[in-house]
Design a binder for this molecule. Structure first.
Ligand SMILES: Nc1ncnc2c1ncn2[C@@H]1O[C@H](COP(=O)(O)OP(=O)(O)O)[C@@H](O)[C@H]1O
Ligand SMILES: C[C@@](O)(CCOP(=O)(O)O)CC(=O)O
Ligand SMILES: [Mg+2]
Length: 387
């Protein structure tokens, strides 16, 4: 018996980083997914190992169950129905197991993802042998929430074979979980994100779990019904960065300049609240679509300025901003910044020729442009099929 789970990536329309410090942020799922397949061996397979295949990265790891028990029995492994944080000591033990894998230096960032995998696996499934296969349509470490999509898809696959979920195992189509199961899944995914991000706000795992558009503040979500079809060009600068380090950098700046940063976070909160209200405002009201788009553009520019104040912009991001401005288009970084992806609003009346020209110019700088549909379902699972 096997299960496949998929969880979407996301874009943050406004409020990244500030959301870690209690400000409102607005995010939406996108139609790019991370897939996790889970299969338990049959007795005739005679396989007593936990195997993890990162398919598109071309890496494969395995741990004899005896070795896992030896190391992890020192840990307080929680119950699958009680999402529990991985303590610093536990992270150290798991990281030592991951160090034994000799991950190539160029891919060392994956180590945090593998530690999160081991924590979620042991916590939800204990010491059962299994094969887990991960594939992703998301660029990793680029601001599109690959870390959260991994944790959400993993939690989905693991919980679907636990006592915590009551699912119809004959279901061969993509299907979602019930409300209380989603809540549990989202909490486990958050514990995984903590291992990868250090101090996540929870917005990425929440939007990946629930899908569509959300407003998020201090750990609680409000689902947003969008009355505006936003179209965004996503430019991947291909400059690698690490969310954990960038989030830590903003916290350090906040410690150095608490009052100034409080004002910055406050301004971001107002921007996100306004963005959410424009998106939700009824279609035929005082403002035309063009006027709403112009307001969102201005708010995106203001948010970008504040992200610069937080110290998370980058020369590559500034190049995207300058390039899109030549075409009178507004942009902002999305996710943790420091490289990664930039969003550019493509207004409804913008001609296809302009989109082609700006895309060509951005790609001539060495960037990669992608279009992804905004919104769509959150985590889903299906049974059967092949890994
Ligand atoms: N498909 C995957 N396989 C293994 N690890 C992954 C995968 N997706 C994400 N990760 C983990 O998440 C990290 C990237 O997360 P992060 O720096 O938060 O950027 P983002 O979430 O924007 O992609 C990777 O370095 C890796 O540790
Ligand atoms: C910077 C932050 O707001 C978003 C990070 O997103 P990503 O990992 O760069 O996709 C951090 C968080 O909210 O946990
Ligand atoms: Mg992330």
């Amino acid at each position: 018996m096997e299960v496949k789970a998929r969880a979407p990536g996301k874009i943050i329309l406004s409020g990244e980083h500030a959301v870690v410090h209690g400000s409102t942020a607005v995010a939406s799922s996108i139609d790019l997914y991370t897939y996790v397949s889970l299969r338990f061996p049959t007795p005739s397979d005679n396989d007593d190992a936990l195997r993890l295949q990162l398919k598109d990265i071309g890496l494969e790891f395995s741990w004899p169950i005896g070795r896992l028990k030896e190391v992890l029995s020192e840990l307080d492994i929680p119950n699958s129905s009680v999402p529990t944080s991985c303590s610093t000591e536990s992270i150290k033990l798991l990281a030592a197991l991951v160090d034994e894998l000799n991950i190539p230096e160029a891919k060392i960032g994956l180590g945090a993802g593998v530690v999160a995998f081991l924590w979620l696996y042991a916590s939800i499934q204990g010491f059962k042998p299994a094969t887990v296969v991960v594939t992703s349509e998301l660029p990793l470490g680029s601001g599109l929430g690959s870390s959260a999509a991994l944790c959400v898809a993993l939690s989905g696959a693991l919980l679907s074979f636990s006592d915590c979920a009551s699912l119809d195992l004959s279901h061969k189509e993509w299907t979602t979980f019930g409300e209380s199961e989603l809540e549990l899944l989202n909490k486990w995914a958050f514990e995984g994100e903590k291992i990868i991000h250090g101090k996540p706000s929870g917005i990425d795992n929440t939007v990946s779990t629930y899908g569509n558009m959300i407003k998020f503040r201090s750990g609680s979500l409000t689902r947003i019904k969008s009355n505006l079809t936003l179209k965004m060009l996503i430019t991947n600068t291909k400059v690698g960065r690490n969310t954990k380090a960038l989030v830590a950098g903003v916290s350090e700046r906040t410690l150095r300049h608490p009052e100034a940063m409080a004002s910055v976070f406050n301004a971001v909160d107002s921007i996100s609240t306004e963005v959410a209200s424009i998106i939700q405002s009824p279609a035929p009201d005082d403002l035309s679509i063009t006027e709403k788009e112009a307001k969102i553009e201005e708010l995106m520019e203001m948010n970008q300025g504040l992200l610069q104040c937080m110290g998370v912009s980058h020369a590559s991001i500034e190049t995207v901003l300058r390039t899109t401005l030549k075409y009178k288009l507004s942009s902002k970084l999305t996710g943790a910044g420091g490289g990664g992806c930039v969003l550019t609003l493509l207004p409804t009346l913008l001609s296809g020729t302009v989109v082609d020209k700006v895309t060509a110019e951005l790609e001539s700088c060495g960037f990669h442009c992608l279009t992804a549909a905004i919104g769509g379902n959150g985590v889903e699972i299906r049974f059967g099929g092949s890994l």
